[in-house]
Design a protein around this ligand. Structure first.
Ligand SMILES: NC(=O)c1ccc[n+]([C@@H]2O[C@H](COP(=O)([O-])OP(=O)(O)OC[C@H]3O[C@@H](n4cnc5c(N)ncnc54)[C@H](OP(=O)(O)O)[C@@H]3O)[C@@H](O)[C@H]2O)c1
Length: 162
């Protein structure tokens, strides 16, 4: 099973200057809770943007075009197919970004964990629109109230329609 996990602003924005657009502690805790113990798959730029890397307590797979590139503590994939082949078929495998990797995996994914950030942001990378004909909203829950944030957010789960 392949799942995408991503936080998306109202205008589809997900990042700028190879960084996130917000710091949402509740969402980071939720990300950890959902992905802990599982395989996480990411593009090289997202890997480089992580403050602490590789992500602990998870199997890290990094996708790169550079042949022979290796990163300590990570498995490398040199194409999307390579990454798919490394997925554990008996497990949930998480695509954790960034924009280019989300775009390539969206047609292959079974489930989406979306954190909807109820605000628009200036950005240089975006998530594609989620087609309700393909994706069914199966769970929804408000994010934790955080007085440090100038916006609210909502956790959503979508499953691919049969
Ligand atoms: N809001 C969120 O939830 C969220 C989550 C994660 C990331 N982000 C944001 O997304 C942005 C990064 O996204 P991005 O699109 O610029 O970069 P990215 O997808 O993280 O990484 C792109 C890199 O991955 C490798 N790659 C991608 N597709 C490949 C393929 N088919 N075959 C081989 N290698 C492949 C290439 O690495 P090489 O250059 O090494 O060849 C490419 O340069 C950042 O702003 C980050 O903060 C947001």
């Amino acid at each position: 099973m392949i799942s995408i996990i991503v936080a998306i602003a109202e205008n589809g924005a997900i990042g700028k200057n190879n960084d996130l657009l917000w710091h949402i502690s509740g969402d980071l805790r939720m990300f950890k809770r959902i992905t802990r113990g599982h395989t996480v798959i990411m593009g090289k730029k997202t890997y480089e943007s992580l403050p602490r890397r590789p992500l602990r307590e998870r199997r890290n797979i990094v996708i790169t075009d550079l042949p022979g590139e290796t990163i300590e503590g990570c498995e490398m994939a040199y194409s999307i197919q390579d990454a798919v082949n490394l997925c554990d078929p008996a497990e949930e495998n998480f695509i954790i970004g960034g924009a280019s990797v989300y775009r390539q995996f969206l047609p292959l994914a079974d489930r989406l964990y979306i954190t909807r950030v109820h605000k628009s942001f200036e950005a240089d990378v975006f998530f594609p629109p989620i087609d309700p004909g393909i994706w069914e909203l199966t769970a929804q829950e408000p994010g934790e109230v955080d007085p440090k944030l100038a916006f609210h957010y909502t956790y959503e789960v979508y499953d691919r329609r049969k």
